[in-house]
Ligand binder design. Sequence first.
Ligand code: 0O2
Length: 267
Amino acid sequence: MEIQLWREFLDPYALAVDELMIKFNHLMTAFRKSDDYCPIELVQGRVKSIASIIEKANRKKIPLEDIENEMWDICGIRLICQFVEDCYQVVDMIKSRTDMEVVSENDYIAFPKDSGYRSFHLRILYTVQSVSGPKKIHGEIQVRTLGMNSWSTIEHSLQYKYRSNIPDELKIRLRNTADGMIETDKELSSIRDEIRSARELRFEEERIVNDILLSIQNLYRFVSHREAVRIQEEFYDIYKEQNIEKLRHFATELDIIAEGYRAQTIN
Ligand code: 0O2
């Protein structure tokens, strides 16, 4: 295929990757705004490079004219989670969506590959509006934990170095580190509630601080500069104590003060 034709061929895949990344990032924001725990930690996406498509087509004996139907990961999305349980929740969420159709799945988390590779793969069909009308794109979504992701990223680099001929001794060591990663994931899952509540507390603190700063900014319109600075310093002192209860209380007090000024202005 000529370079220009490759560009045209890959264009709808780029659109699909962009759209899917926006959708999953938006989902993360929606979870956080609603104070719910977000099972997705990070969204990544890429269109497979031409070199990688050709290499894979050769390796899997896929004629170039068939790659559109036979290669699923030209449009690739990776959803990275904190815990194994989150991966399955994310998989269920994807399956229940109406804007993408899951056509098959491979659970390499429950059934790791011989290499030690773990991830949940979903093959999807996703429609984009291209210049020539709607086009159904084949895509692959990989769902994995942070641990699985670091292992596979490292192993993938070694595959490049050794061109699929990783020495046996190194393969065994990689396998052992993959086993270690399974134990780490299990251990993290067992303290999941603790980690989740710490994380929620952090997000809540961030939200309260943002609210307080906004209220102080608004107060500048109603109180003297000196008074606003005094309130600001009071906030800094409370913030230093790292006591979320006191922060909550301070935010409520500020709300009451702001409400009082607002009422005065209306009257
Ligand atoms: P890149 O550079 O990651 O884009 P599937 O049909 O997808 O459920 P299968 O048959 O393994 O599973 O598919 P394939 O096409 O061999 O692998 C799809 C992708 O999964 C790979 O893309 C990798 O991203 C990842 N993957 C699969 N097996 C391994 C593995 O043993 N180690 C690592 N590190 N990743 C793996 P590509 O083509 O490698 O390219």
